[in-house]
Design a protein around this ligand. Structure first.
Ligand code: COA
Length: 250
């Protein structure tokens, strides 16, 4: 358990389970314990018939700064990543109920790629999406190397995932990464309202529609595994270790 991931069913939306990043002093950087807590939260939400929709939220000004850099350095030193990240990505990619997300501010690394597995993402106009994998001597994860080109085409996918170029909320909306842009003040209320609307629909039909739209998951799971092989090899590289150390020594 970790206090850095909070889960609740809001009073106003009892069939909605919110999973919230709660590590604002570290810009919601995600540790192994947080990945494990999110996996548990997804499994609990899947098993609970009262939960119709799951919503990911962060804190004002920050959704998540991505994987914790100290953990990256520890993985590099240990030579392996541990199972928590892959377990979470598998739980996310195979989750069987609608996933909604609301972003206000920073969305870096998995803070961006998590939304590829969500069905409706809202972001405030001050949000920024960035995946500096290559700058850290790493490679894309969460099947982003498969899903982002499908959404945006090669050039925009390359700019985001390989060149590390940032996307504003408006650009992310244009490119199909997110659904709708709001004001920062309205972000949470609008995200919950969208989830509430979904939660009130006939659940059987909604799930079938979701599955039809998402298609089979096999290629996604295969790509997550393929990316993870490269990711782990890169984590052990001298260039990646130097990048993590440089960040942590700033
Ligand atoms: N892992 C661990 N700690 C992180 C972190 C991360 N991914 N991102 C931010 N933090 C920590 C900082 O070390 C700092 O901690 P400190 O106050 O104990 O020194 C705190 O969060 C605030 O971050 P700071 O860098 O001072 O805030 P900022 O507003 O100047 O910049 C970011 C915010 C997110 C742009 C910057 O922190 C950053 O680039 N983080 C790394 C993002 C990243 O590359 N993630 C991995 C993607 S694969």
């Amino acid at each position: 358990m970790t206090e850095h991931i909070l889960t609740e069913n809001p009073d106003t939306a009892p069939n909605v389970r919110v999973i919230r990043f709660n590590r604002p002093d570290k810009k919601n950087a995600i540790t192994r314990a947080m990945y494990a807590a999110m996996t548990d939260a997804l499994q609990a939400a899947s098993a609970d018939a009262c939960v119709h929709v799951v919503v990911f939220l962060g804190q004002p000004g920050c959704f998540s700064a991505g994987n914790d850099m100290a953990d990256f350095l520890a993985f590099a030193r240990e030579g392996a990543m541990g199972s928590e990240v892959l377990d979470f990505l598998t739980a996310l990619a195979t989750f069987d109920k609608p996933l909604v997300s609301g972003v206000d501010g920073l969305a870096i690394g998995i803070g961006t790629t998590i939304h590829l597995h969500c069905d409706l993402t809202l972001a405030s106009e001050r949000s920024v999406f960035r995946t500096p994998f290559v700058d850290l001597a790493l490679v894309p994860e969460a099947a982003s190397s498969l899903l982002v080109p499908r959404r945006m085409g090669h050039q925009r996918a390359f700019a985001l995932l390989a060149a590390g170029e940032a996307l504003t909320a408006a650009e992310a909306c244009r490119d199909g990464l997110i659904w709708r842009v709001t004001s920062p003040e309205a972000l949470e209320a609008e995200t919950l309202a969208v989830a509430l609307k979904l939660a009130a629909k006939p659940q059987g039909a909604l799930r079938i529609a979701r599955n039809l739209l998402r298609g089979p998951r096999e290629d996604i799971l295969e790509r997550i595994a393929e990316e993870a092989t490269h990711f782990e090899a890169q984590l052990r590289s001298a260039e990646a270790r130097a990048a993590f150390e440089a960040f942590l020594k700033r």
